[in-house]
Design a protein around this ligand. Structure first.
Ligand SMILES: [Ca+2]
Ligand SMILES: [Ca+2]
Length: 179
């Protein structure tokens, strides 16, 4: 763009959860104006926003296998494991009322006692086990839930179909442009 004087003014306004981006461009003999609105933190319809993520509760109660196959990935999310006590309480609060709690993406199926607890593919550092848990009752509890009775994690039978599934996804950015 040699020979053209271009002046770009950039004003970024943060109006949580909306970000408004105004770009002014001045070229020789012309003044062009574009207004771009970048909306960050907007969740798709049916998802509930919390921070930079969105959460959605599936209908009904499910087994661990059902929770971890494609239930969440089919709708663009993943089965989470909470990273903080606050997120733990939030996910539990999203449970369907008839469930005993919520499945976590957390199991020791591969090696007994070695828990793999993932959130979006990353191992979660802190664990919120209930008193005496995980206890691998009857030698066959290999999947983790948050229980309503104490709000903590318990290992349970993976095929125990009494738990809710709450999916998680990143809040997408929505860009709309007005010329
Ligand atoms: Ca176990
Ligand atoms: Ca247990």
């Amino acid at each position: 763009m040699a020979g053209i004087l271009m002046k770009v003014g950039l004003i970024l306004l943060i109006l949580s959860p909306k970000w408004s981006l105004f770009v002014y461009m001045q070229a020789t003999g012309k003044f062009a104006h574009r207004c771009e609105t970048l909306q960050v933190g907007a969740c798709p319809e049916g998802w509930t926003a919390r921070g930079n993520h969105c959460y959605k509760t599936l209908d009904g109660i499910h087994s661990y296998a059902a929770a971890t196959t494609t239930a969440c990935t089919d709708i663009g999310g993943w089965l989470p494991t909470p990273n903080t006590p606050e997120e733990n309480a939030f996910i539990l609060s999203m449970s369907v009322p008839t469930a005993e709690g919520v499945w976590l993406n957390c199991n020791d199926l591969e090696t007994e006692g070695a828990w793999t607890c993932l959130d979006g593919g990353k191992q979660v550092r802190d664990r919120y086990w209930g008193t005496g848990e995980p206890n691998n009752a009857a030698g066959n509890e290999n999947c983790a839930v948050i229980e309503h009775n104490d709000g903590r994690w318990h290992d349970v039978y993976c095929n125990y179909k009494h738990y809710s599934v709450v999916c998680k996804r990143s809040a997408p950015g929505v860009l709309s442009i007005e010329a």
